[in-house]
Design a protein around this ligand. Sequence first.
Ligand code: FAD
Length: 360
Amino acid sequence: MKSLKENFQKAHIVIIGSGIIGKFNALELSELGFQITIIDPAKLENSSNAALGLLMGNMYQKRKGRSWDLRKQSIELWPKWIAFLQKFNKELNIEKPLIQLTTNEEKFKKLEKFIDKNNDINLRILDKSSVFIKNINKAFQTKNIRGMISFKDGRINATSLLKTLDKSLKHEKIKFLKEEVIKIRKSENHWISTTRNNEDIKSNMVILCNSLKAVDLIKNLSHNVKLKPVLGQAIELDIDEKEVDLLSLPKQFSINGKNIITKSKNKLIIGSTDEYGTEPEENQVEKLTNFLNEKPNWLMKGKISRRWYGIRSRPDGEPSPIMRKIEDGLIICTGFYKNGILLAPACSKWVANEIKNYLS
Ligand SMILES: Cc1cc2nc3c(=O)[nH]c(=O)nc-3n(C[C@H](O)[C@H](O)[C@H](O)COP(=O)(O)OP(=O)(O)OC[C@H]3O[C@@H](n4cnc5c(N)ncnc54)[C@H](O)[C@@H]3O)c2cc1C
């Protein structure tokens, strides 16, 4: 019987899809000694490149179940990932804290109850006496915004994260094929991934990290995976700096479910909407700025300088995400319709454990 190490060094793993999930899996498995090939035809046109990078883990109000377990594990794993990735980009960091705000009395009471019950020193209520809240209410010309602050949550710049991951993948000599996989099949003890150019890539294992398209590759196998496309949009707004002091606002926060990033003294980023489908609807962009009963003038006059969207996959009939062994040597990691950036460390850890068990 071969040792675990020998099994690892010999095994070749193909990862289909190079969004955040594919890249994290590739790095985690390469660190364990596997030979990795990532296959993706268009690595920049994915939902990972559209993400705002908010890591909303500790502020999640349901403190039990699978979703909480994955978040909790990711929160614990992120510092190790940052330390590892900083070897390739010293600037990469998680900007903390994260602030969640509401104008709804009932929702605020729920936040108070949640914080009261959990006794977590990293979470605090922000009421009207807080300087944060005073500045936010002043900027948005309201009196009723309140919320909570999480010192353990924050934001990572998703573009910079993906670029840094690419650098580290290159350093680890992970092979990258700019191709589309159109078919996978099992042949004796191996998997064959066939590309659109008719190239067959042989591997011991395949990990499907290609979001919505994962279903196309397994439709001939007996499985029960259903996914729906969910579109998310974001805008960058140019704001007249004479009308509002954007720098008095927190760097990352959400109001009534809309995520906001203060980019500079005259630029705000707002995202994301959730729309079923694959084509953005014009009026949804307008909705991004409608998170208060009355919009302040400066927000009304804000000019959209950039607009983008990404298509996520949402599991149909089961909770998000889907991380499952489908057959011997075939794993699926998809359905990260929200929080894919946050959950990537927990996902790659799960995959690594699954493979260790399979090969031992
Ligand atoms: C506007 C917006 C804001 C968001 N904000 C946040 C946020 O603040 N925090 C957060 O945690 N998450 C956020 N998300 C969600 C996050 O972006 C997703 O959960 C995450 O990117 C999913 O990553 P993925 O790797 O599964 O998919 P993707 O990034 O979509 O990657 C899938 C890859 O598979 C490739 N592929 C497809 N078919 C094939 C094939 N046949 N062969 C080879 N390759 C193939 C594609 O080219 C693509 O590169 C946001 C999403 C959007 C759209």
